[in-house]
Ligand binder design. Structure first.
Ligand code: FE
Ligand code: FE
Ligand code: ZN
Length: 278
């Protein structure tokens, strides 16, 4: 089964996202859990969430991959920014329990000249403060392109964060094809080798989701500019090999390409046509 979807607007609630996903041929999706500019998040309507859970089960949806605001920085130098990151994540995880058993992806953060050692310690500290034994949501660290002082620029950095977290059973990783390509992992010529490296350093059992993007930049550029599928340096053929790779089967694939909803529908159709069961 290919679970594929894209980012959807959460402004009308879960059922609206579920219906829109189904309309465009998606069976998973991503959404921002709150406005990236901060402020209080909209409360969840429990009826809407329960209706959605039923709809998702009836329509064989895969796991959702919610996205934390990209302004969240768990390893900022400024304590106020770190407090926002902590409080927003705790609040998001509480609200995620209205749609239990899904994923919550976040950018590990930027260490802003403090260095990766302090960055790693601060991210782990936030996770150790916020994660609870009771939560049903798995929190995913996103692999980053390594722009500026971004943390999570390679598999080793992600592993070091995971190593310092107490409730490791609540943690996973989301790889972003544009980010790892920009980070220097050659998924065009050596996808097997990249996944073997992931397995050796982090373990494939931690890999829970994939962001599907082409890249405007060449291998190792550390730029993070997403392109439409087939319109970048990764190319459609390599991305088709990603969705069909035996190690990645069954994971949710989320498009974050520069598209409107019709563009997403076309990319979903294209990838489905190029996916082979078994
Ligand atoms: Fe992201
Ligand atoms: Fe991403
Ligand atoms: Zn990106």
């Amino acid at each position: 089964m290919l679970y594929i979807g894209c980012h959807l607007s959460s402004s009308k609630g879960f059922m609206a996202m579920g219906r829109q996903a189904a309309e465009i041929g998606a069976n998973t999706f991503a959404f921002f859990t709150r406005n990236p500019r901060g402020g209080a998040a909209k409360p969840v309507d429990p009826k809407d969430a329960a209706d959605f859970m039923k709809f998702a089960a009836e329509n064989n949806f895969g796991k959702l991959v919610a996205h934390a605001p990209y302004t969240m920085n768990a390893c900022a130098a400024d304590e106020n920014i770190r407090r926002f990151a902590r409080e927003a994540m705790a609040d998001d995880l509480a609200r995620m329990e209205s749609v239990p058993g899904n994923y919550y992806n976040f950018h590990p953060g930027s260490h802003v000249k403090q260095g990766t050692e302090i960055g790693t310690a601060l991210i782990a500290e936030q996770l150790n403060t916020v994660l609870t034994k009771e939560q049903s949501t798995i929190v995913l660290l996103e692999s980053m392109a390594g722009k500026g002082s971004e943390m999570g620029r390679n598999f080793e950095e992600l592993r070091e964060i995971i190593d310092r977290v107490e409730l490791q059973e609540k943690l996973g990783v989301c790889i972003d094809t544009c980010h790892i390509w920009d980070g220097g992992y050659d998924i065009v010529n050596d996808l097997d080798g990249v996944l073997e490296q992931f397995d050796r350093i982090i373990g494939l059992d931690r890999l829970k989701a994939v962001h599907m993007n082409d890249s405007l930049n060449p291998l190792g550029a550390h730029k993070d500019r997403h392109a439409k599928i087939g319109e970048g340096h990764i190319g459609a053929e390599a991305l088709i090999r990603v969705i069909n790779h035996p190690a990645l089967r069954g994971l949710p694939f989320i498009l974050e390409t520069p598209n409107d909803i019709d563009g997403y529908a076309r990319e979903i159709k294209f990838l489905r046509e190029n996916y082979s069961e078994s």
